[in-house]
Design a protein around this ligand. Sequence first.
Ligand code: NAP
Length: 318
Amino acid sequence: MTSTPGTVLITGTTSGVGLNAAKALASRGWQVITANRSPQRAAAAADALGIPKERLQHVLMDLGDLDSVRRAVQSLPVSLDAVVCNAAVYKPKLKQPERSPQGYELSMATNHLGHFLLIHLLLDRLKGSNHPSRRVVILGTVTANSKELGGKIPIPAPADLGDLSGFQKGFLDPIAMASGKAFKPGKAYKDSKLCNMITTQELHQRLHQDTGLTFSSLYPGCVADSPLFRNTPKAFQKIFPWFQKNITGGYVTQALAGDRVAQVVADPDFAESGVHWSWGNRQKKDGQQFSQELSEKATDPETASRVWTLSKQLVGLE
Ligand code: NAP
């Protein structure tokens, strides 16, 4: 069975996985709307990778700024067939939290809250599409899934939203972490990715049956040389790709990761909703995708329900 091309919105396409997913989807015949804080840099990056201009439209959207997300959505077409929530910041060396225009800790604001709002604002557009398989795809990660070895790494700490007291207090100064505990920048990234995976599961539970939309997350493999690691120590940027290539075997190229995103968006084999797709942590030649079990932290119904309600409040939907 071949897939039907449609129109997809992808966040964060100036580099890495999102840029390569845009290329892979454009080459499958999809129209790609990119959402970035610099549409000019997005256009230049797409050009440099040889993505045909006629397949692309570039929109200004700063995921860390809820007002920017709302403004950008107004400029989008009335019907969309798929959305990829890909943009993320990872700033493990910060001493103090950075804040979004709304005052929220910036990695949670960008990686989770901006996308949470975006998806909600696009639901009607997705429901209005005639595409045979309308999908919302969210980038998760192994380091936020304690069912997997990579999710158990104690440096700086595993993802853990704790009692959600920081979330409850709204991530406003002096609060920076969902748990309300002291700021740990690397953990803030992991926590935000845990929220991405919780969101996918909760979207599936709450909305799949009524809307027919497919909600999935994925771990595309370790893209150890993507610019995501630009804010890590220089030595880490050298050693990490080597380690992932030669020791763990977890390394994937940006092109392969982008193609995996495109598969989850477009291929009939990925039509099931509520799945966290993975190809494993040690890449095997011709390795197939599978449904990766998520940790209790990502699937506990009480936590998920609270994250959903609190996120709705923080993005102004309740
Ligand atoms: P990347 O190359 O750094 O790409 C991140 C993208 O997000 C860039 O286009 C960046 O644009 C954009 N972005 C950042 N802040 C933004 C904002 N406020 N508004 C709009 N766009 C913003 O990193 P990547 O490795 O491709 O990561 C992409 C996704 O894959 C992330 O969700 C990450 O968690 C996930 N992932 C990555 C890996 C990996 O090994 N690299 C593994 C698992 C999952 P700017 O140029 O404007 O900063």
